[in-house]
Design a protein around this ligand. Structure first.
Ligand SMILES: *Cc1c(COP(=O)(O)O)cnc(C)c1O
Length: 341
């Protein structure tokens, strides 16, 4: 039994999900003739109270399309210094859209309305790049699954409105935030110009993301998706997995959060653990005391078939997910307790 806690992207479709995919009605989506893809797009758009949605092969492509939609070459977007759009998309903002990123020194990947205000360039001062977009991440990836206070997001929205900026939410793990904060997707739909969500993380689908927005924006996104090579044919099989995930795998994210918290509580009691960062969702970041070797810890866990990841500088990461079951959890707690470093 291999226990992979490296990421929530390691999940594999269950037999039930595969059955659902197997039975999907499909067509050529490049001609917009795939009924299941359309059903998924309409379902998710309705859920968020937004006009339209478009299926993407990855969250990266959905974010990159959003940046392209909201900017012109030479513009600047504002995001946290740890933002996925800046740090983990291969430099796509500059490659695809010719824009630079003005980086905010946020807290666990989260930025404030005041920080956004400070980073906006004067539109009349033409020496500076023009600020045109603010990108938010919820939950934060490198920030360890932290969730925004919705009031802060509303204040940032106000700054965007006042300064004529577009507002994009990278919601790869927004489902986790919705469950943890007991929020409704419509609370986000009314705030943002575009939202990207992933189906292939905690949701357990093998592939797929969606970009949401108004009709005109999503119509323009169709061309950008094509340019990026994301126009695909019989994607109903993938969309069916997404529909299945929406029906079955959202509420249960609470279990992932509980297990992450329980691991955190245990870690805090162990003599070799230095600090456990706050645990709000399914990501747990902790560090070992300087006199202990994190590589040795990872090796000892590996010998017990438990895989976690290192973030460098003594920090380690554990991510819980759909395929991490209670028996595995009991085994992991036991194993951690017995580790000698
Ligand atoms: C995973 C992730 C994405 C998208 O990743 P893909 O692997 O391209 O689907 C985007 N933003 C955040 C915050 C993520 O964690």
């Amino acid at each position: 039994m291999e226990i992979n806690l490296v990421s929530d992207t390691v999940t594999k479709p269950t037999p039930e999900m595969l059955q659902h995919m197997f039975r999907a009605k499909v067509g050529d989506d490049v001609y917009r003739q795939d009924p299941t893809a359309v059903e998924l797009e309409e379902t998710v758009a309705d859920l968020f109270g937004m006009e339209a949605a478009l299926f993407f092969p990855s969250g990266t492509m959905a974010n990159q399309a959003a940046i392209k939609l909201h900017t012109q070459p030479g513009d600047q977007l504002i995001c946290d210094k740890w933002a996925h759009v800046y740090l983990y998309e291969g430099g796509g903002a500059s490659f695809n859209s010719g824009v630079s990123c003005s980086l905010v020194d946020g807290n666990r990947g989260m930025i404030t309305s005041l920080q956004v205000e400070e980073h906006i360039t004067d539109p009349e001062f033409y020496h500076n790049p023009k600020t045109s977009l603010v990108c938010i991440e919820n939950t934060t990836n490198k920030g360890g699954g932290a969730c925004y206070d919705i009031e802060e997001l509303k204040r940032i929205k106000q700054v965007c409105t006042d300064n004529n900026l577009k507002y994009h939410l990278d919601g790869a793990r927004l489902w986790n935030a919705l469950v943890a904060k007991r929020q409704h997707p419509k609370q986000y739909g009314e705030l943002f110009d575009t939202i990207s969500v992933c189906l292939s993380k905690g949701m357990g689908a093998p592939v797929g993301s969606l970009l949401l927005g108004d009709k005109e924006t999503i119509h323009r996104a169709l061309r950008i998706r094509k340019i990026l090579g994301g126009g695909m044919r019989q994607i109903g099989y993938l969309a069916a997995a997404g529909l299945y995930a929406l029906q079955h795998n959202v509420g249960r994210l609470e279990e992932d959060h509980r297990r992450a918290r329980e691991i955190g509580v245990l870690l805090q009691q162990l003599y070799w653990v230095d600090k456990v960062e706050p645990i709000e969702t399914n990501i747990l970041i902790f560090s070992v005391k300087p006199q202990f070797d994190e590589a040795l810890l990872m090796e000892k866990l590996k010998q017990k078939n438990i895989f976690i990841s290192s973030m460098g500088k003594g920090k380690l990461r554990i991510v819980t997910h759909l395929d991490y079951k209670q028996v595995m959890h009991d085994y992991v707690l036991e194993a951690l307790m017995k580790i000698e470093l």
